[in-house]
Design a protein around this ligand. Structure first.
Ligand code: HEC
Ligand code: HEC
Length: 509
């Protein structure tokens, strides 16, 4: 069913059902830039006249004559709920709870810099509870940089990470089977087979089952990798003589050396940290010896902590969908109708987390070193080898998005309004990107305009975005208002940061 509502001065078809709306990026007929002024031929409903303007009381001092402003019709709650449900928006299903001892171990590991080669950076440095489980920076700053959140500063160019640190607010959802901006870690929910950058973990019969068997989720598999990245946590050879991870010959050796740091070698009799031995034993009572523990066990604990902790899925939108008409403001409702209708956001931002967990291109501006030092980031094409996925990135979850700026894979936009403005005119936004306007001063030099690459980025846009979205300024605000209704109020209060960690390394910076 398609209903016509008066938006600004044009008719835009709003979808209350699935037909004719969104439907998939391959559907050329659904071009937003060419939003039908008339109902589609298949639509039975005849075009309606705009409602007559409200009768106005006579004004003794009439203002300058100008056309009567459109009155916003109230949003039909039943139709809006139906269209959001049609897009799969609804309650989030969580993964089954893990034992408390596993979560306790995971919390210690998450905040402990012992997991980094030079012992200077923890997971929390880039995913801090105080800054929306990210780092409040356009691009993360890895080992060697100093400070926390927006105050973190690099001292050398190679400390700048290629991508924006995604929030962890959504990672506890049961269907988070694909992770990273380019989807390079995934787990087949039916077979449990992993796809990761490390071949030894992959497939139905991994070469290293001792490492892979504990990885019971994509989230656990993901936690294997920050420690292997020289920029993020591992460090480079020659920088720090006490860093025995830097010159490890491969990932498997990095993981073994980390376990030697945590629980020691020779079954816990040489090296290691006593408190970690205790925490691992409590978390894995069935693993017979310390030597039988692998970094896979640490990664599973990191996943258990994240999944149990960063669960903030009770937003005004959830209360609205459950039947509370007053949970959303009228503006947020109009934004919701745009989101699931003419705005075509639910082509990609579908399901309980408002993401299809697929790779798409929106031609977001690029900054920073890029992947492989190329000052470019071809996203999905790099992780899959498929050039059709050039400049395609993972659709991000929009839950609690209000708290997770900057936005997009390279952190090019500081506000939700800027992101929606990008959708209004991706070509203009990309070619006219102004680092002075969008980036904090320390990051501006990391933007380098490249017209050739920008054309390639634009060529990767799917049909619904090629011409931009015909949104009035008031509608931009309404879309933002809708996204603000995705914030669980509890997400505003940072989760507990432990006062100390088993290694004794500092936690507060
Ligand atoms: C130097 C900053 C930094 C550190 C340290 C770091 N991360 Fe990240 N994290 C990032 C960035 C940047 C990305 C995105 C990288 C990409 O997609 O290519 C990311 C991605 C992730 C993701 C994927 C989220 C998603 O939606 O796909 C998870 C989960 C995660 N990190 C958890 C961790 C854990 C656990 C640790 C510690 C073992 C950790 N991170 C350490 C910066 C960091
Ligand atoms: C074709 C699929 C697609 C459509 C349509 C789409 N998005 Fe997105 N969205 C994405 C992808 C992919 C990204 C990340 C792109 C990147 O980082 O390069 C993204 C990023 C975002 C972000 C930034 C979130 C973050 O954490 O960085 C917001 C906000 C957003 N979209 C809102 C919207 C709204 C509102 C609409 C409708 C007006 C919309 N999107 C339409 C796929 C889409």
């Amino acid at each position: 069913m398609v209903r016509q509502v008066l938006l600004g001065s044009t008719f835009v078809a709003l979808c209350a059902g699935v037909t004719g709306c969104g439907g998939g990026s391959g559907r050329g007929g659904a071009l937003v830039g060419e939003a039908p002024q008339q109902p589609a031929p298949s639509t039975p409903a005849p075009p309606q006249e705009p409602p007559p303007p409200e009768p106005q009381p006579p004004d003794p001092n009439p203002p300058e004559p100008h056309p009567p402003g459109p009155t916003e019709p109230p949003v039909d709650d039943a139709a809006l709920r139906a269209s959001l449900r049609q897009a799969g928006v609804g309650p989030v299903i969580l993964r089954p709870a893990e034992p408390a001892a596993l979560i306790t171990l995971g919390e210690a590991l998450f905040f402990d810099k012992i997991l980094s080669g030079p012992r200077t950076i923890s997971c929390a440095t880039c995913h801090h509870p105080q800054v929306g489980t990210g780092d409040a920076l356009p691009l993360s700053l890895g080992q060697g940089a100093s400070g926390l959140g927006a105050a973190r500063r690099a001292s050398r160019p190679e400390q700048v990470i290629a991508r924006n640190s995604p929030p962890l607010f959504h990672v506890g959802a049961a269907d988070m089977d694909v992770l990273f901006w380019d989807g390079r870690v995934s787990r087949d929910p039916r077979t449990g087979a992993l796809t990761t950058p490390e071949p030894a973990l992959n497939g139905p019969t991994p070469a290293r089952p001792d490492l892979a068997a504990p990885l019971t989720s994509a989230l656990a598999a993901q936690a294997m990798f920050p420690v292997t990245s020289p920029e993020e946590m591992r460090g480079r050879p020659g920088e720090d003589p006490t860093n025995e991870l830097a010159d490890a010959p491969d990932n498997v050796a990095v993981w073994a050396r980390l376990m030697a740091r945590l629980v020691g070698t020779h079954d816990g009799t040489v090296g290691g940290v006593e408190e970690y031995r205790r925490l691992f034993r409590a978390a894995y009572p069935d693993v017979p010896t310390y030597d039988a523990l692998t970094f896979g066990h640490a990664a599973r604990a990191l996943a258990a902590y994240q999944a149990a902790t960063f669960n903030f899925f009770d937003a005004p939108l959830d209360r609205y969908l459950a039947g509370d008409d007053g949970a959303l403001s009228p503006a947020a409702k109009r934004g919701g109708a745009l989101f699931a209708g003419a705005g075509q956001c639910t082509v990609c931002h579908t399901g309980p987390l408002l993401t299809d967990r697929q790779l798409h291109s929106i031609a977001a501006p690029q900054l920073g070193p890029g992947v492989g030092g190329e000052r470019d980031d071809r996203g999905g094409a790099l992780s899959t080898g498929d050039r059709r996925l050039d400049y395609h990135f993972m659709t991000p979850s929009l839950r609690n998005v209000e708290l997770t700026a900057p936005f997009t894979h390279a952190g090019a936009y500081a506000t939700l309004t800027d992101v929606v403005e990008h959708y209004r005119d991706p070509t203009g936004a990309l070619l006219g990107y102004d680092p002075e306007r969008h980036l904090p001063p320390e990051f501006r030099h990391l933007y380098a305009r490249d017209p050739t690459l920008d054309q390639a980025r634009l060529a990767s846009l799917p049909p619904p975005l090629r011409h931009g979205l015909p949104l009035e300024p008031s509608q931009v605000r309404e879309l933002v208002e809708f996204m603000l209704a995705l914030t669980d109020p509890r997400a505003r209060t940072p989760v507990r940061v432990p006062a100390s960690v088993p290694s004794g390394l500092p936690v507060a910076d």
